[in-house]
Design a protein around this ligand. Structure first.
Ligand SMILES: Cc1cc2nc3c(=O)[nH]c(=O)nc-3n(C[C@H](O)[C@H](O)[C@H](O)COP(=O)(O)OP(=O)(O)OC[C@H]3O[C@@H](n4cnc5c(N)ncnc54)[C@H](O)[C@@H]3O)c2cc1C
Length: 405
């Protein structure tokens, strides 16, 4: 592919750049001496800024115009991400909602759901969370045990527990994967629901991470009542709906961040500031390895973009970009820690957060082992893993839950 902007893309880049120049003073300041520190203030400021980005057409770039988006392609989305990063202003707060859950509702939701939820989501008025993972259903997501039971009047009650739910502490709504039928094999008895996070019976408990932040939560559902029309897509179609979200997750993670993956020059600049490290052949070798791999990720990202631009869905090999990015982020963190010594972990160091947060990304969006299994089976054509539960009704499986009984 031609890696230069076409004349239209160059024009689009200029328009985005001009908007950001004009409005950057409204962006929340999150680093440096004037940074806001209070968590509530940060969230409020980032929601307002998301609203401004949406008004300026810099959020939901690929969403259809009828739902407030720009109806543009993935290349324009990347141009927008690159310009936001260039302007050194934060992007949208609700990446999970706008990048993954909104597109899922656009693909599977009813007209009423699209009308009601998409606008406030895009503008940051209502933040969303992804209620998929459970204590015994992460890599094996189809093993979810949260139950949705339909009552005589067709409304629902939800009972169960989710975990690792990013942003649940301030989300207005969640997209929840629940089991509606235990008498069929595990992938067939699932349905997706929209849950108001302030509904009676929903309890959100924060999990504090080593980085000091508390972005994740456990979420408990005790007989939470939902209206009859709260499900997204047909009953029993939840696995297909979840796969749509996971596909958008792959694309959002692959194309997000600093344009495409980490900016390797950040590591180079930090090392360049240290005279002895700059000359050390071992440091240079390690940095060279990281730069080479992150450059390969960037070009794999361009390949994924080309596929998207042609209307194709990127294949499972896109998962390798995540594995490579995370492993090189870790290697970069180790290198910086070796060069800077304990200073790398000082409270005002720009690296503390990165070094303590990146290990968690080995699990987020699919673990490295699972992504490698997928590549082995679906790209290299290696024999599949044994699947002992295939075709067996879910309620006959010996899960952690049934083992207790
Ligand atoms: C930063 C972050 C944000 C997240 N945000 C959300 C969110 O908003 N919503 C949400 O629903 N979830 C979220 N998650 C959860 C994430 O999806 C899960 O962590 C992930 O799916 C792995 O599940 P698990 O943690 O239960 O690990 P497990 O599935 O229990 O895996 C434990 C270990 O066993 C290995 N393993 C498991 N099965 C196999 C196998 N078949 N072959 C080889 N190895 C295997 C795994 O690779 C891993 O090393 C988030 C996680 C992180 C770290």
């Amino acid at each position: 592919m031609d890696l230069d902007d076409t004349p239209q893309q160059a024009q689009y880049r200029l328009t985005v750049r001009a908007w950001l120049e004009q409005h950057r003073s409204e962006a929340p300041v999150l680093t440096g001496p004037d940074a806001i520190h209070d968590e509530h203030e940060i969230i409020a400021a980032r929601r307002r800024w998301q609203g401004r980005l949406a008004e300026g057409g810099l959020a939901g770039v690929t969403w259809p115009e009828e739902y407030g988006g720009q109806g543009l392609g993935p290349i324009e989305q990347v141009i927008c991400n690159q310009e936001i990063s260039r302007a050194k202003v934060p992007g949208i707060l609700d990446v999970i909602g706008v990048g993954m859950l909104g597109p899922t509702i656009i693909a599977h939701g009813s007209d009423e759901q699209k009308r009601r939820y998409l606008g406030p989501m895009l503008h940051g008025d209502e933040v969303w969370c992804q209620l998929f993972s459970e204590p015994a259903a992460g890599s094996d997501l189809a093993a979810v045990q949260t139950r949705a039971k339909q009552l005589d009047d067709s409304s629902w009650t939800i009972t169960g527990q989710k975990v690792w739910t990013t942003n649940a502490q301030f989300a207005s709504y969640g997209l929840l994967l629940a089991r509606t039928d235990g008498s069929v094999p595990k992938h067939n008895g699932l349905t997706m629901f929209i849950v108001p996070m302030d509904a009676p019976g929903v309890t959100v408990r924060g999990l504090r991470q080593i980085s000091g932040e508390a972005e994740f939560n456990e979420v408990f559902f005790d007989d939470v009542h939902l209206e009859a029309d709260a499900h997204v897509g047909a009953l029993g179609s939840g696995w297909g709906t979840a796969l749509t979200t996971l596909m958008f997750e792959r694309i959002t993670l692959g194309l997000g961040g600093e344009g495409l993956g980490y900016d390797p020059l950040r590591f180079a600049r930090a090392i360049g500031a240290h005279d002895s490290a700059r000359r050390d052949p071992e440091v240079r070798q390690r940095l060279g390895d990281i730069l080479a791999e992150l450059t390969a990720v960037r070009f794999s990202g361009y390949r994924m973009l080309t596929e998207l631009q042609r209307g194709q869905i990127p294949g499972p090999e896109a998962g390798l970009a995540k594995v490579t990015t995370v492993n090189n982020g870790l290697a970069g963190g180790d290198l910086i820690a070796d060069v800077l010594g304990p200073d790398a972990l000082a409270s005002d160091s720009e690296w503390t957060y990165m070094i303590s947060f990146i290990p968690g990304l080995k699990s987020a969006g699919g673990t490295e082992e699972i992504l490698r299994n997928t590549i082995g089976e679906r790209v290299l054509g290696l024999p599949p893993e044994p699947r002992l539960d295939k075709g067996i009704p879910f309620e006959e499986l010996r899960t952690k839950e049934t083992a207790k009984v």
